[in-house]
Design a protein around this ligand. Structure first.
Ligand code: M6R
Length: 357
């Protein structure tokens, strides 16, 4: 039930700190350490390459998950859209492990790949919010998101839950492989949950940003680099699916290779700046779009902020910034849709679970 909330989407955005805390609890063993089922641990151990298969928001979570598994667990990862993978399989390594990410566990495009993968005899793990769902039943292993039912068509808390579970998984494998990873993931995720609460406390500011930048916009762009780029794809998807504003996420370094031609006077450009290594680069990219007339809205991280940034996120571990930088983008999409009188929870042409290929 949505209780006092006007929409499920708003409720689900604001449940995110709670969900992260639930995940920390759910993945703790009796010694208080993060752990996963030993069989899942073994399956990851034995894999020489991981293939993440997903659609939509879950695919965007996979893009972030690749960073986690490669940086922490040191396993090479490929991320594929289910609907592409099904008809154009890449070369598969000797000992692959397939990870299906799906909030509903019912997405037909992903299931089509799972059926093929099982025919070929490869091991598969499903990360889903729905115990007993088709993708969970048909895979060898399951990790649950513990996000509680997600009703709004636009996925919000499932995305951050997917990131948290992928971070836990990467950390557990990292520890088991080398006995040290340098990241106390339970602690870092606790910090994330607190930071999420702080960000949710600024929702009036996000409503104001939506009003200022998007109430009369026809297009909007989201730019970022590395992890921020992955979050930009998700921010653009949120905005387009519920507000029907044409929105795109770009790797900021690619602007000069084409997309910058789209910038006109007043075009809203949301820029994420949470990564120290590319902070100067993204600042340069913002200057490039401003020189062409863009209306920039920079969302940066404490410690990397500069004068004129529109919103400053509390500092969290650099790998975990997507869990908090996505929240302003979720709110901005929500308010932009609300201001346009759109049906926020049930956008046109979309279904919560897409059970046709
Ligand atoms: O249930 P799934 O995670 O497999 O769903 C995948 C996509 O259909 C889903 O993420 C979709 O893109 C959402 N509407 C995004 O908000």
């Amino acid at each position: 039930e949505k209780g006092t909330y006007p929409h499920y989407m708003l409720k689900e955005i604001e449940e995110q700190p709670l969900v992260i805390r639930k995940i920390i609890q759910a993945y703790r063993n009796e010694r208080g350490e993060l752990a996963v089922d030993p069989e899942i641990q073994r399956a990851l151990h034995e894999a020489d390459r991981i293939y993440i298969i997903a659609c939509g928001t879950s695919y965007h979570a996979g893009l972030v998950g690749k960073h986690y598994l490669e940086k922490l667990a040191k396993i090479p990862v490929e991320v594929h859209l289910s609907s592409e993978f099904a008809y154009q399989m890449p070369l598969i390594s000797e000992k692959p492990l397939f990870i299906f990410i799906s909030q509903s566990g019912e997405t037909a495009d992903s299931r089509a790949v799972l059926v093929k993968v099982k025919e070929l005899g490869y091991p598969a793990l499903t990360i889903t919010n729905v115990p007993g769902s088709t993708l969970s039943r048909e895979a060898d292993y399951t990790l649950l998101l513990h996000a509680g039912p997600e009703i709004a068509v636009a996925s919000t808390k499932a995305y951050t839950a997917q990131l948290a579970v992928l971070a836990v998984l990467a950390e557990v494998i990292a520890k088991s492989r080398s006995r040290q990873s340098g990241v106390d993931m339970a602690r870092e995720l606790g910090i994330v949950a607190n930071a999420m609460e702080t960000v949710c406390g600024s929702k009036d500011e996000f409503e104001q940003i939506a009003r200022e930048y998007l109430d009369s916009a026809q297009n909007a762009f989201f730019i970022g680099r590395t992890l921020d780029y992955a979050v930009c794809l998700e921010g653009a998807l949120k905005l387009k699916e519920i507000s029907y504003i044409h929105a795109e996420g770009f790797a900021a370094g690619e602007l000069k290779h084409g997309p910058i031609a789209l910038i006109e006077d007043g075009t809203p450009v949301f820029a994420l700046a949470t990564q120290a290594r590319v902070n100067l680069n993204i600042r340069g990219n913002v200057k490039e779009v401003v020189a062409r007339g863009a209306n920039p809205c920079i969302i940066s991280m404490d410690g990397l902020a500069q004068d004129g940034d529109r919103f400053i996120l509390p500092e969290v571990h650099p790998l975990l910034t997507p869990l908090i930088s996505v929240i302003p983008l979720q709110y901005i999409a929500y308010y932009a849709a609300l201001h346009r009188g759109c049906d926020v929870d049930k956008p046109r042409n979309l279904a919560k679970s897409v059970t046709v290929e």
